[in-house]
Design a protein. Structure first.
Length: 53
């Protein structure tokens, strides 16, 4: 089990629902990107606001 993203998040925005399902609380996330590099399989993806629309 890996929790590299949780350890990197200063905003405490990442929570695990069950052992293997991390979720990001977008109300807490600052968009800093600190969780991206520590993730071994690069499972975290970013989209610009324009891409989200
Ligand atoms: S981008 Fe969001 S979830 Fe990732 S480390 Fe920064 S505040 Fe936490």
């Amino acid at each position: 089990m890996c929790s590299s993203c949780v350890d990197a998040c200063e905003e405490k925005a990442i929570n695990f629902f069950s052992l293997f399902r991390p979720t990001i609380d977008m109300n807490k996330c600052s968009g800093c990107g600190f969780c991206y590099s520590p993730c071994p399989p690069y499972a975290i993806k970013y989209k610009t606001l324009k891409e989200k629309l």
